[in-house]
Design a protein around this ligand. Sequence first.
Ligand SMILES: Cc1cc2nc3c(=O)[nH]c(=O)nc-3n(C[C@H](O)[C@H](O)[C@H](O)COP(=O)(O)OP(=O)(O)OC[C@H]3O[C@@H](n4cnc5c(N)ncnc54)[C@H](O)[C@@H]3O)c2cc1C
Length: 395
Amino acid sequence: MTQRYDVVVAGGGPSGAAAAWQAARTGAKVLVLDKAEFPRDKPCGDGLTARAVSYLQKMGLAKEVAAFHRVNRVTVFSPSQWELSFPKRPGMPDHGYVAPRPVLDTLLLEHAGAAGAEVRQSCEVAGPEVDSAGRVVGVVLKSGEKVLGDAVIAADGAYSPIKRALQIDSEYNGYSAIAIRAEMAANKPDSDSLDIYLNLAFRGDQLPGYAWVFPFGGGRINIGLGYVNSYKNWQQINATQFLGDFMRTLPPEWGLPAIDELKKDRLVRAWRLPMGFTAWPPWRPGVLFTGDSLGAGKPASGAGISKALESGLAAGECAVAALTNSGPDDFTNYAQRMEAAWGKEYRRGRYFHKLAGIPAVANNGIKLIDNAFFRDRMLKALYKKEQGPQHRVSR
Ligand SMILES: Cc1cc2nc3c(=O)[nH]c(=O)nc-3n(C[C@H](O)[C@H](O)[C@H](O)COP(=O)(O)OP(=O)(O)OC[C@H]3O[C@@H](n4cnc5c(N)ncnc54)[C@H](O)[C@@H]3O)c2cc1C
């Protein structure tokens, strides 16, 4: 039997759960489909920026998010060591958290369910159902079942099968990063800092990327690294080996496991991180793209959870508004919302993405960032409109 919904959301990660929660709250009949059974993991640094925290608070999850491990600052190694506080923005928290994705994502999906969305797990979407006019009118499941929806929200992640099936061509295609991470115990006190290591070199070239050590609390940490694909030799990098090399530069007293051990136990995972709007415009008749399937990741930093939440909430709201007023052929309201939110920033970010991939630029850039005088001025210029992060040299 073919079922029919107002909104069908393919993918129940942060962007899909946020979209479903938002649409269901307006009274729409919403279905979320995810191929995984939750709690499921997603390769991630698990870092929640202050902005991500603010979206979770807006969704009514302030108490739940406060239970994660809180971080109050960022420590940067460039290679000299300096600190940044989170920027102070009106109505926003001045701190972040480190949240294990299996826990965070299950919380979000259950929250969408509590708002009235029907959730079906272990249910893989094979592709979109398209009518003779080329409009997406639902999805086809791997089982062969069809599920019809007036609007489909493609929140199916970095490898989005819906986007692939529709052969979405965007002028911003191809902007992405590759990132890898592992979770482990460490013999070090739990810190309240997101530690970022900028000095990553491959065959003498400074890479456009960074490594991180994020604390979960309870003696566990997330270690990872990522680099963008504008660097011409990025495909020659063996990410697992590279992560192992980085881990060997960390203090031996932390007692970290060898990378081969983590690999053997399947604790190291790499994933793609599309960024800078790889599906633009972010909709086609009948379908809206959110989170990683939209390429919503921030081009410079790769922070994706806040962008997944923001685009998901906007897509849920814009889909229902369009269906109520003009129908599923035109979701320009969503494109306008995304353009207003990030258009200018992402144009700059895509430019930066390309520039940072040129080794001579990256090699000189890292030297400048390592210089306290230049860094101070750069941060002031970047945050001139708001009370930006306070920064101090700690060593
Ligand atoms: C190594 C790494 C580290 C990162 N670290 C950070 C960080 O510290 N902070 C941060 O903000 N961002 C980080 N990011 C980015 C962040 O993880 C993503 O941007 C974010 O997960 C995007 O959310 P999403 O909901 O769009 O996609 P996802 O979280 O990938 O969710 C997509 C969902 O779709 C489901 N799905 C996929 N295919 C199908 C199908 N065919 N049928 C049904 N369901 C399907 C999946 O099971 C999944 O649940 C990192 C990324 C990587 C790769």
